[in-house]
Design a protein around this ligand. Structure first.
Ligand code: NAD
Length: 508
């Protein structure tokens, strides 16, 4: 476990931090056990409420300084974070893989995503543009500019233990905000490793204490952020259940929120699909990260003319999957995150069967040598009717539901029939089909792809989904505007005071 040493992680770690300052442990420890082999990796102290108050006070103080730094100078700090991530990509990727259970390829991929968002944010730091408008009044000028919000609270999920934080933090920082990160209680060591890396760079550049803050804890710590009116923006990634709770609390105080919640993503395979693309895309989408991506493929909607062919090829592809230690280079699929996830997987299989689903690739827990952690399961495929209750829900596990369709309109209606609206794809070489899918009458999701699976977004686009996925957009495009407040400025450089809309008010 040389990577733990290289990331300066220990058996016992302090958790709450405002940068270089780490608070002494006051409450219980969060123990991190790897789903890979069940071994305890280390522990991290979670935050007490008193420590939370101290962190927020420090963050407020830091904001008054950080917001005065020119944005390109803040960008240069983020550039250095990107450089440090390049240096530590191997070690951090291994930690992600070992603590969360995703394959090492995906662990490295997650760190690469952090590097990419750093690069994006550096460029952005010179492009926080507003518009200029022509005033209707003579001798007047009008423009808009963007200012930082203040404290951004980031609540993140276990399945992307570091990338989702970086999507938020890198943009929030170049925009001039300070951040408080409440990581998933299931992947806290990854968060401590990131905090250490960033704190070192901040110290070297004399960034004030309190710009990057870490707040480990369970959902209670997330609830503090949601309820606190000093937290200008709460960016929360996780289940729809969590998002509804956060939205209610933040909405109550009219705070800003950015929600990235559950998905129930489908691929439509039309008669004009290239199965050389469609089959691997569906398999990677369904079993990658053991089906624990918000963008995992959960539903395959296949035209009836090639339904049997797709079914046969999928069964064959599933027969080639290597399940096991995710740190082994040949492994396709590692474990689920914990015993509760395994239970949810079994419950979904049971529900599917009792609702009439027919399994063509059987599921089940894996036991024996190499599977001692109890978190390894078999990816499975069930033939279902599209409207089964279980098919409407997101089960965070490698269960793929296969269903058939007749007309493209019907396929799109099936795709849109679930409460979630994150990612969607169509496999076709037919331009008309592709454009219909992408049109206003097509997919109702935040992400709609052609000849690409549902998972694996690039950072350059705005990422997020509609309906129960929460409506937030993060990462690329103009998602940065979520982290700033817009101010419209009108300047009168004339010697008169003409009123807008020609209103007369003669006085004096
Ligand atoms: P989760 O909802 O259990 O927890 C996510 C985070 O929210 C954790 O840090 C948790 O402590 C915190 N939390 C839980 N309840 C809270 C509450 N009431 N108030 C404040 N904070 C609370 O989710 P998870 O199991 O860690 O992650 C899986 C879920 O995340 C899936 O539904 C997945 O689709 C979703 N996800 C969505 C995206 C996206 O971008 N749309 C990305 C990753 C994961």
């Amino acid at each position: 476990m040389n990577f733990l040493k290289a990331l300066d992680l220990h058996t016992d770690n302090p958790g709450v931090s405002t940068g270089t300052h780490w608070f002494p442990g006051e409450t219980e420890k969060i123990v991190s056990a790897s789903p890979v082999d069940g071994r305890v990796i280390g522990s991290v102290f979670s935050a007490s409420e008193a420590q939370y108050q101290q962190v927020v006070a420090k963050a407020q103080e830091a904001f008054t300084i950080w917001r005065t730094w020119p944005a390109p100078k803040r960008g240069d700090i983020v550039r250095q974070i990107g450089e440090a991530l390049r240096q530590k990509k191997d070690e951090l990727g291994k930690l992600v893989s070992y603590e969360m259970g995703k394959s090492l390829q995906e662990g490295w991929g997650e760190v690469q995503e952090m590097i990419d968002i750093c690069d994006f944010a550096v460029g952005l730091s010179r492009q926080l543009h507003g518009l200029t408008m022509h005033s209707e009044r003579p001798g007047h000028r009008m423009y808009e500019q963007y200012h930082p919000l203040g404290i951004v609270g980031i609540i993140s999920a276990f399945n992307f233990p570091v990338a989702v934080w970086s999507w938020n933090a890198m943009l929030a920082w170049v925009c001039g905000n300070v951040c408080i990160w409440k990581p998933s209680e299931k992947t806290t060591l990854c968060a401590v490793a990131c905090q250490k890396m960033v704190a070192e760079i901040f110290e070297k550049n004399e960034v004030p204490e309190g710009v990057c803050n870490l707040l480990p804890g369970d959902k209670t710590a997330g609830e503090w952020l949601a309820a606190d009116e000093r937290i200008a923006l709460v960016s929360a990634t996780g289940s729809t259940k969590m998002g509804k709770a956060v939205a209610a609390t933040v909405g109550q105080r009219l705070g800003k929120q950015l929600l990235e919640l559950g998905g129930n993503n489908a691929i439509i395979i039309t008669p004009e699909a290239d199965l050389q693309i469609a089959i691997p895309a569906a398999a990677f989408g369904a079993v990658g990260t053991a089906g624990q991506r918000c963008t995992s493929t959960r539903r395959l909607i296949v035209h009836e003319t090639l339904y049997e062919a797709v079914k046969d090829r999928l069964v064959k592809a599933y027969g080639q999957l290597k399940i096991g230690d995710p740190l082994h280079p040949d492994t396709h699929m590692g474990p689920l995150i914990d015993a509760a996830a395994v239970q949810a997987y079994h419950a979904a299989i049971e529900a599917c069967r009792s609702q009439g689903g027919q399994f063509i690739v059987e599921g089940g827990a894996l036991e024996g040598s190499g599977f001692e952690s109890g978190c390894y399961v078999k990816p499975c495929i069930a033939e279902v009717a599209f409207d089964l209750p279980i098919v409407q829900t997101e089960t965070f596990a490698p269960i793929l539901y296969l269903m058939r369709y007749n007309t493209l309109e019907e396929a799109i209606a099936i795709q849109n029939s679930v409460p979630q609206g994150l990612s969607s794809s169509i496999m076709t070489n037919n331009l008309r089909e592709a454009e219909q899918f992408l049109s206003a009458e097509g997919s109702d999701c935040g992400i709609a792809n052609v000849n690409i699976g549902t998972s694996g977004a690039e950072i350059g686009g705005a990422f997020g989904g509609e309906k129960e996925t929460g409506g937030g957009r993060e990462s690329g495009s103009d998602a940065w505007k979520n982290y700033m407040r817009r101010q419209t400025n009108t300047i009168n450089y004339s010697a008169r005071l003409p009123l807008a809309q020609g209103i007369r008010f003669d006085i004096g």
